[in-house]
Design a protein around this ligand. Structure first.
Ligand SMILES: N[C@@H](Cc1c[nH]c[nH+]1)C(=O)O
Length: 379
């Protein structure tokens, strides 16, 4: 007997939801193309080594073996394959890629989340300056605008910030690591205990506020100002500030927040990180960042890169469902096929009725809530 159940974390998609999803995917891909990005398609199956940089707890891949016994995986991420392509082909830089496809991430049973997620994204490879981040954000926010998603909040962050601060604290390495974990987990009792030896230092004011270092840009920057001078921190803050100004000028309707107390969403990010949210839900619409070291996993040379991916399944929940009204069912004789076809294209939201007789056509129209249009003139 055939098993009719689906594997854990997968689903069938049909009806209006599936159609909206297709519309969103097509809109995003054509938006990327119209902005001068080049299409890149990579296989769904890759060698597992490609994904070595990912944290195995968050990105447990589906695995299989090829005929030589090499471990293959269903790709859990779409950025690492781009890095593989870049290092394998030696293409000229800079380059702007776009792609669409599914990623597969094995989640715990009963976690309620899906293991197959659809993404559409861009990767800008070969530009060092913050203008590459601005291009990514322009794509992210203008596409949200085009899709008609209201009240998007852009959250900025910086993958190197936590380590840059912690490395300046006069505490032993294992304590630094514990402090970082306590900060990320918002475990305040542990955090305060670990900060105890630092209360008399120039970091004390900052450390008191750090677990709450998220929200309004200006408020966060007030706290950051209390930190002692440091070149790498200055550069990060400068880039975040100019980026916030850029977004405020280009997209005055979007709220920009900043969070300097969270872990980087991807281990491979090395610089600015950005995510888009709406008020109704905690899952994000897009996520991206700078990853200047990723190509060194595949080659010796360091290459600057920034990218982002839209989470199509999250977008589907936010995009308003268009009111389409009932579909028209066109009933016709075999020899009327050309005429029926013409009408089909003229009407839109119509479909050919393939029943053998008018009675069956009527039953079909009733059961599908369709308008029946009879092209035969016999009745
Ligand atoms: N691959 C990242 C998104 C991204 C694209 N480029 C850079 N980051 C993710 O799935 O979260």
């Amino acid at each position: 007997m055939q098993n009719k159940n689906l594997p854990n974390g997968t689903r069938d998609e049909f009806g209006p939801q599936a159609q909206i999803k297709e519309t969103i995917q097509n809109k995003l891909l054509s938006g990327f193309k119209n902005r001068g990005f080049q299409k890149l398609t990579t296989p769904v199956i890759e060698y597992s080594d490609v994904f070595k940089p990912l944290n195995p707890d968050d990105y447990r891949p589906y695995q299989m073996l090829d005929e030589q016994g090499e471990t293959l995986v269903l790709r859990p991420d779409l950025t690492l394959p781009v890095a593989r392509v870049m290092s394998a082909t030696g293409l000229n830089l800079p380059v702007k890629w776009y792609y669409g496809g599914d990623v597969f991430r094995l989640k715990k049973r009963l976690s309620g989340s899906y293991n197959q997620l659809s993404q559409a994204g861009i990767e800008i490879v070969g530009y060092e300056g913050v203008r590459a981040e601005w291009e990514c954000l322009s794509v992210a926010l203008s596409e949200c605008q085009r899709l008609g998603i209201p009240n998007v909040t852009l959250q900025l962050s910086e993958a190197g910030f936590v380590d840059a601060v912690i490395s300046q604290l006069a505490i032993p390495q294992p304590t630094r690591e514990s402090l970082k974990q306590a900060l990320y987990a918002k475990d305040l009792s542990d955090y305060n205990r670990l900060c105890q030896p630092l209360v008399e230092t120039e970091f004390s004011e900052f450390l008191r506020e750090w677990p709450w270092l998220f929200g309004s840009f200006d408020q966060v920057m007030e706290v950051v100002k209390t930190l002692p001078d440091n070149e790498s921190l200055k550069r990060m803050i400068h880039d975040l500030t100019t980026t916030q100004q850029f977004v405020n000028n280009q997209f005055p309707n979007y709220r920009v927040t900043v969070d300097l107390s969270i872990p980087s969403p991807q281990v491979y990010y090395t610089g600015m990180v950005f995510r888009g949210f709406t008020e109704q839900s905690a899952d994000y619409l897009f996520s991206g960042g700078r990853y200047d070291d990723l190509l060194t996993n595949f080659q010796q040379v360091k290459v600057p890169a920034v990218g982002l991916a839209f989470e199509i399944d999250a977008l589907v929940q936010r995009v308003p469902v268009p009111e389409s009204g009932p579909q028209t069912l066109i009933y016709f004789d075999d020899e009327q096929w050309p005429q029926a076809e013409q009408l089909l294209h003229k009407l839109g939201n119509a479909t050919l009725c393939l029943t053998h007789n008018f009675e069956a056509a009527k039953r079909l129209a009733a059961s599908t809530n369709s308008k029946l249009l009879d092209l035969t003139k016999r009745r």
